[in-house]
Design a protein around this ligand. Structure first.
Ligand code: SF4
Ligand code: SF4
Length: 490
């Protein structure tokens, strides 16, 4: 793709918002967060070329052909969308948003549309429409709640994904996602949080020392162990922000004695390709496959992260071997199995506060796990409460579809995108809100902070770490003197 540095005037024109000032004000969306340094010339032609190329090399056409024929215009999707419910803006009705792209498909990629265009002298796709799509497709969290209610089977999340993909091919994508993905695919560290390997190993050693002191058990994070049953890929940001989740996972493996390992060749489960580009999605999934192969692992184990689980589970077979691809499991599935067959014991007298469970969209509605974490929680948390709606009908945290990574739109996420979720959390009266997903945790912490809800957002394994009971044979008799960090008291 040809690129050039654009002038301030060109940039202003290219990014001029089409939202009315009162809508911008209400949605607190005064910022531009898309990549700004790209070619703004001739966008309609380049958009259509990218669209044509994607149609040629994928099977999106099949879905689009169905969608353009089916809409019943019943507006049921509006009722289920948390964004429209919060804004009341007609442009946030899911089928309005989807129609932005479907109309381009109809006009430029069907015989009827092309003929009609010629007869009526319709010039087709305009710059303004591209700008409207750029704004609209990033208002949607791709949570797919609207899709389960659509009687015509229209998948708005998929249309949002395709719209974003085409836009990214002409250089319109959120800076936050592009920069992280570039570091993951081409940077020196090879992961989205830019964590170098020595920093990773230092962090894990530090956590091991902490756990030894706290639990009197040698809980390890095995590194580069060839032939392990599970090769572990958490959202890499967990190494910076979710120590207790990681400690809980390590504690479970210590209790069971099963083999697992983190690889220093690649240790990032995050796949922002799922949010904006199939090309990136494929390249990232292949890194997981390559690292599992290098370590001669047997299964891919994804940590507490929704989109990481979904992208690996559904796209490893697509890009890395079909039915011969590595099996992918989410850590909650593993923990459930060992808990059910008695290999993991949890003390029911530790977590006495009110606990509620948030279903990450990519794990429940768009994934395959709903009951297992609940069964574990109910077994050891005396005071578990259910939020409604839940399970596959759950309300998105408001930061889905990659939007949580865009710090510039935090006011939008915590007042519009997450409003319904905030109301739901408040109603539950919970003390601990369990959210087994790195993206949901970040969004929900910002949400409860901005909405002033006194709730602690945690992972499932954070609570498991508190309540885990180790076999006496695992207890160390005496903590070795060198177990301290040497930093105490400094
Ligand atoms: S996918 Fe979610 S955010 Fe997007 S339109 Fe549907 S319900 Fe609304
Ligand atoms: S629910 Fe489906 S059929 Fe009804 S308006 Fe929305 S997209 Fe159209």
């Amino acid at each position: 793709m040809r690129t050039k540095r654009i002038t301030p005037e060109e940039r202003e024109r290219a990014f001029k918002s089409l939202r009315k000032p009162d809508v911008e004000e209400k949605q607190r969306l005064h910022v531009r967060y898309h990549v700004e340094d790209f070619d703004v010339n001739d966008r309609p032609r380049r958009f259509l070329e990218a669209f044509a190329a994607i149609l040629k090399h994928s099977n999106y056409r099949m879905a689009l052909e169905h969608f353009i024929r089916m809409s019943a215009k019943c507006s049921r999707c509006a009722v289920s969308c948390q964004v429209y419910q919060a804004t009341g803006d007609l442009k946030d009705i899911p089928c309005y948003r989807s129609e932005l792209l479907l109309s381009v498909y109809r006009r430029h990629f069907t015989y009827g549309g092309m003929l009609k265009g010629r007869l009526l002298g319709d010039p087709g796709l305009t710059d303004e429409k591209i700008q409207e799509m750029a704004e609209s497709f990033w208002n949607c969290t791709a949570c797919r709640r609207c899709s389960i209610d659509c009687p015509s089977g229209i998948d708005h999340g998929l249309i949002t994904h395709l719209g974003r993909y085409i836009l990214s091919e002409i250089g319109i994508a959120p800076r936050a996602l592009v920069v992280s993905t570039r570091e993951q695919l081409e940077g020196a560290t090879g992961n989205t949080s830019a964590i170098p390997v020595p920093a990773l190993t230092d962090t894990l050693e530090f956590l091991e020392e902490d756990m030894l002191e706290e639990k009197q058990v040698e809980i390890k994070f095995p590194i580069d162990v060839e032939g392990s049953e599970y090769v572990f890929f958490p959202a890499v940001s967990d190494f910076l922000m979710e120590a207790e989740t990681l400690m809980g996972i390590a504690a479970v493996f210590t209790a069971t004695g099963d083999s697992w390992t983190t690889g220093t060749g690649y240790f990032d489960g995050i796949n922002y390709g799922l949010f904006y580009s199939d090309r990136m999605l494929e390249r990232i999934v292949k890194k997981i496959d390559a690292e599992t192969r290098r370590l001669k692992g047997k299964k891919v184990l994804i940590g507490e992260c929704g989109h990481a689980s979904r992208s690996a589970k559904y796209f490893l077979p697509t890009y890395c071997g079909g039915k011969d691809a590595y099996p992918v499991i989410n850590i909650m599935e593993y923990t459930y199995e060992v808990f059910k067959n008695g290999r993991l014991k949890l003390d029911p007298n530790i977590v006495t506060e009110k606990v509620a469970y948030h279903d990450p969209c990519n794990i429940a509605r768009q994934g395959w796990i709903i009951d297992k974490p609940r069964e574990i929680l109910k077994a050891f948390c005396k005071n578990y409460v259910e939020m409604t709606p839940s399970g596959s009908n759950n309300i998105c945290c408001g930061g889905g579809g990659g939007t949580v990574s865009i710090d510039e739109i935090r006011p939008y996420r915590t007042t519009i995108g997450g409003k319904l979720k905030a109301d739901q959390i408040r109603r539950s009266g919970c003390h601990y809100l369990v959210a087994p997903c790195a993206n949901c945790k970040k969004q929900l912490r910002e949400l409860v902070e901005d909405q002033k809800i006194p709730v602690e957002v945690v992972g499932l394994h954070d609570l498991i770490y508190k309540a885990i009971i180790f076999d006496d044979s695992l207890k160390v008799k005496k903590i070795p003197a060198e177990a301290g960090t040497g930093e105490e008291g400094k």
